[in-house]
Design a binder for this molecule. Structure first.
Ligand code: PGA
Length: 252
């Protein structure tokens, strides 16, 4: 399997179409050795088509921050994996903590989304992670085990790669992170849990870390065992800053 570090931006509900196109192109042209890394940007739905057109034939790819599980139908306000693919998406995130907390997505909904994304050949980014409360009560490993168990629900991902993002809720946008050793410990646990759930198919997983990744800590996280990539929110919004973070991981 391709072992390039994976670095993605999550732009959340920021940027107009024009700003997204401009900033994506800026990032693409600022990456020094693009073949050494896998870089993609998770955009608002409204910008996906325009940015994927602008990035055609370039190295940076496009993904969505959310998705619905049905292909089509009377689901006002939702977007299907088929529509995402049609618009030029290659990745779709499912189960981000903000979706769980603000929009009440539960494990079962996330499991359906995860499977739908894989069925359509998009690369899913399945988010797992404990809340502050769960962390202090020593429940981190149990929570992550449960999240993975429900997401895989006895089904083996059909084919292709799939990404799991360990993103502790308390580290999102706070500037506080686990140590690289702690994050690596959890990623190794994720690898072990999914091996138990789906056997050798677990080899197709890449396991990432997210939560307050910055210029100061990115190389440390990426140097750790089983931290195959990172997801970046706040520090990715400024295209020059994001490109600097990516370039910090590239050897000349
Ligand atoms: P952050 O966000 O890098 O600002 O902590 C990460 C995320 O929510 O994916």
């Amino acid at each position: 399997m391709d072992k390039k570090p994976i670095i993605f931006a999550n732009w959340k509900m920021y940027k107009t179409v024009e700003e997204s196109v401009r900033d994506s192109l800026k990032i693409d042209s600022s990456i020094r050795n693009p073949h050494q890394v896998e870089v993609f940007i998770l955009l608002s739905y409204t910008s996906i088509y325009a940015v994927s057109q602008a990035l055609r034939g370039k190295s940076v790819k496009v993904g969505a921050q959310n998705v619905f599980w049905e292909d089509s139908g009377s689901y006002t306000g939702e977007v299907s994996p088929l529509q995402l693919k049609d618009a030029g998406c290659e990745y779709a995130m499912v189960g981000h903590a903000e979706r769980r907390e603000i929009f009440g997505e539960d494990y079962d909904m996330i499991a359906r989304k995860f499977k739908a994304v894989m069925r359509h050949g998009l690369i899913p980014i399945l988010c797992v992670g404990e809340s502050e409360q769960e962390r202090v009560s020593g429940k981190t490993e149990e929570v992550i085990g449960n999240q993975l168990e429900v997401a895989f629900g006895g089904a083996v991902p059909p084919s292709g790669r799939f990404y799991i993002l360990y993103e502790p809720v308390w580290a999102i946008g706070t500037g506080v992170t686990p140590t690289p050793q702690e994050a690596s410990h959890i990623n190794l646990l994720v690898a072990e849990v999914i091996r138990g759930l789906i056997g050798r198919s677990a080899e197709r997983a890449r396991i990432l870390y997210g939560g307050s990744v910055s210029e100061e800590n990115i190389s440390k996280f990426l140097s750790m065992d089983r931290i195959d990539g990172v997801g970046i929110g706040k520090a990715s919004l400024d295209p020059e800053n994001f490109a600097r973070l990516v370039n910090a991981c590239i050897r000349d």
